[in-house]
Design a protein around this ligand. Structure first.
Ligand SMILES: Cc1ncc(COP(=O)(O)O)c(C=O)c1O
Length: 410
C-alpha cells in the first residue's frame, strides 16, 4: 500500500498549524474525504442537478443512473443484491428504520427479549431502550471479558427462545474489539431470532460479507469510510424488507396513490421516502471505488500494523491506561486510553495544541461502557489508510511529553 500516494488524495492533510502537519487520529468519528469524493459532490451539483426516479429528461435519467450505480457499488462492497440496500442518512437511521418498522409490524410482543452487548454505541442501544419502554420488550446485555472482548459464553447464556432480535456492534467504537458476528448470527438463528449488526466501524476497514455471515440487517455510515456525511445504508435480506412496513411516508416510496388507498413501491424504494441525498450517494460510490482499488485486505493490514505500533509505543508510557483487547486479531484500528490524573478533554486539547493531533475525548457515544471505566471519560485515537508510522510516533511521543510535563509540575 502506497500511503504517500494515498495521502496526496486528501487535501486536508496539507493543513499546517504553526508549521506542524495535521495528525488526524479521529477517523472513528468521521474519516477524511479524498478528492474523488468531494469532486463527485461538485459533479452532481454542477453538472447533473436533477432529481432521481422522477423525470424523463436526460439530466433526470443521468442522475438516476449514477444514484443507482452507487447503490450497486454499496451492494457489491458487502456482497448483497442491489434491492437489499436501502439508502439512509447514516447507521443511526438504519438501526432506527429496523426498530420502527419491526415495531409497527407487531414483530415484538410483551415479554420478548432483545439481546445487545456492553460494547454498543448509543445508536444501537437507545432505539432498543425506546422499544423496551413502549412495547414491553426485555433488553438483555451480554458482558465483556477482562480484555474488553465480548464474553461469547455469556452471550450464548443470555440468548433463548424468548429472544426475537440480537443487535450487536461488529467493531466497538471504544475498546475497538471485533465480535464474531458469524457465530452470533448463527446463535440468533438457532434461537429463532433475527440478527442486526452495527457495522459503522467495520465496513470500509475490512471485508464484511453479509451472505457468508448470514446477517439479517447490517447498518453503516458513509462518512466513516471516506464518503460524505448525510449518507449511510441498511442492508436487509430481501424477504425481510418485503415483509416490513415503511418507516417514512411520502413521495417515491409509493407505486400508486389514491385518496382512499395507496400502494407501496417495491423494495428498497419503499423505505426511501422523499428526495434522497443524491450527491452524497454518488460520492459514496466514489469512496467505495477508492477503497476497493486499494483493497480491504490491504487496508486491514495497514490499520492493524499502525494499531499494534501505537499499542507497543503507548505501553512504554507508564502513566497511561490502555483499554484494548489482548489479541490484535480482535482489535479494530482504535485505541482507547486515559492519562490520569489529566482530564480526557485536557489531554485532547494538549495534543491538538502541542502537535496538531486530533483525537476524540469524552464518553465517545458509549456512555455506559466508558463511564464504567472512567467516570469522566477517556480519549480515543483511531487510524485509517492515510495514517503513517511517523504519525503514530508523533502521537506516542506527544503523550510521553505530556506525562513528563506533569512530572515537572509535581
Ligand atoms: C459503532 C458505531 N455505531 C453507530 C455509530 C453511529 O454512526 P452515525 O452517527 O454515522 O449514525 C457510530 C458512530 O460513531 C459507531 O461508532
Amino acid at each position: 500500500m502506497n500511503t504517500e500516494r494515498i495521502r496526496k488524495e486528501f487535501p486536508i492533510l496539507e493543513r499546517r498549524v504553526d508549521g506542524k502537519p495535521l495528525v488526524y487520529l479521529d477517523s472513528a468519528a468521521t474519516s477524511l474525504k479524498p478528492k474523488t469524493v468531494t469532486g463527485a459532490l461538485a459533479h452532481y451539483n454542477e453538472e447533473l442537478g436533477a432529481n432521481v426516479h422522477r423525470g424523463v429528461h436526460s439530466l433526470a435519467e443521468a442522475s438516476t443512473k449514477e444514484f443507482e450505480g452507487a447503490r450497486k457499488k454499496v451492494a457489491g462492497l458487502v456482497g448483497a443484491e442491489q434491492k437489499e440496500i436501502v439508502f439512509t442518512k447514516n447507521a443511526t437511521e438504519a438501526i432506527n428504520l429496523v426498530m420502527n418498522s419491526l415495531h409497527r409490524k407487531g414483530f415484538f410482543r410483551r415479554g420478548d427479549e432483545i439481546l445487545i452487548t456492553k460494547l454498543e454505541h448509543h445508536s444501537n442501544l437507545v432505539p432498543w431502550q425506546f422499544l423496551r419502554d413502549t412495547a414491553g420488550v426485555k433488553l438483555k446485555v451480554a458482558e465483556l471479558n477482562g480484555d474488553f472482548t465480548l464474553d461469547v459464553a455469556d452471550f450464548h447464556k443470555k440468548i433463548s427462545k424468548k429472544t426475537k432480535l440480537v443487535a450487536v456492534a461488529h467493531a466497538s467504537n471504544t475498546v475497538g474489539s471485533i465480535s464474531p458476528v458469524r457465530e452470533l448470527t448463527e446463535a440468533a438463528h438457532d434461537a429463532g431470532a433475527l440478527c442486526l449488526v452495527d457495522a459503522a466501524q467495520s465496513v470500509g476497514h475490512f471485508p464484511v460479507e453479509v451472505k457468508k455471515t448470514g446477517i439479517d440487517f447490517l447498518a453503516f455510515s458513509g462518512h466513516k469510510m471516506l464518503g460524505p456525511t448525510g449518507i449511510g445504508a441498511l442492508y436487509a435480506k430481501q424477504e425481510l424488507l418485503e415483509g416490513m412496513p415503511p418507516f417514512l411516508f411520502g413521495g417515491d416510496m409509493i407505486s400508486s396513490v389514491g385518496l382512499e388507498k395507496t400502494e407501496w413501491n417495491e423494495v428498497p424504494f419503499k423505505f426511501e421516502a422523499g428526495t434522497p441525498a443524491i450527491a452524497e450517494a454518488i460520492a459514496l460510490g466514489k469512496a467505495i471505488d477508492f477503497l476497493e482499488e486499494i483493497g480491504l485486505e490491504n487496508i486491514r493490514k495497514h490499520d492493524k500494523a499502525l494499531t499494534e505500533q501505537a499499542i507497543i509505543g503507548l505501553r512504554e508510557n507508564s502513566a497511561l491506561k490502555l483499554f484494548c483487547p489482548s489479541n490484535p486479531e480482535k482489535q479494530a484500528a482504535i485505541v482507547m486510553f486515559g492519562l490520569p490524573p489529566f482530564d480526557c478533554h485536557d489531554v485532547a486539547i494538549a495534543l491538538d495544541e502541542m502537535q496538531n493531533i486530533s483525537v476524540r475525548s469524552g464518553m465517545l457515544c458509549a456512555e455506559p461502557l466508558v463511564k464504567s471505566l472512567n467516570s469522566k471519560g477517556l480519549c480515543r485515537a483511531s487510524f485509517y489508510l492515510y495514517n503513517t508510522k511517523e504519525e503514530v510516533d508523533i502521537f506516542v511521543s506527544a503523550l510521553e511529553n505530556l506525562k513528563k510535563s506533569r512530572k515537572r509540575k509535581n
